[in-house]
Design a protein. Structure first.
Length: 106
C-alpha cells in the first residue's frame, strides 16, 4: 500500500476517495528508561531507548491506519499526518496518531 504525506500522487490518478482513516497507539514510559533518559538529559546525548519506543509506536499507528484503509478497499493513503501527545495524570504515556485519506489509485 502506498502511504504519503502529500495530497496528490505523481504519475498516478486518484479514482476514488473513500474517507478518513486513522490509527492510534498509546505507550507507557518505563521507570528504568525514564531514569536513564534523565541521566542523558544531564550529561547530553540521545536516548536510544526512547527513540526505539517512538519508532515502534509510529509504526504501529501507521500499520493500524493502513489496515483500516485496506478494509475500505483502498490501495493508498494520502495526506498522512502523525501527531504525538502526552497523556495520563503525570504525562507518563505517549499517544501517537496517524491519520490520512484512504483512496483508490490507478
Amino acid at each position: 500500500m502506498l502511504v504519503t504525506t502529500t495530497s496528490t500522487l505523481q504519475d498516478k490518478r486518484i479514482v476514488r476517495y473513500l474517507g478518513i482513516v486513522s490509527g492510534e497507539t498509546i505507550i507507557g514510559a518505563n521507570v528504568f528508561r525514564d531514569f536513564f533518559a534523565g541521566i542523558r538529559d544531564i550529561v547530553g546525548g540521545r536516548s536510544g531507548s526512547y527513540e526505539e519506543v517512538l519508532r515502534q509506536a509510529k509504526e504501529t499507528a501507521l500499520k493500524e491506519m493502513q489496515q483500516q484503509a485496506m478494509a475500505m478497499g483502498a490501495n493508498a493513503v494520502i495526506g498522512v499526518d502523525l501527531d504525538y501527545e502526552t497523556v495520563g495524570s503525570s504525562s507518563s504515556m505517549l499517544m501517537v496518531t496517524a491519520s490520512g485519506t484512504a483512496v483508490v489509485v490507478e
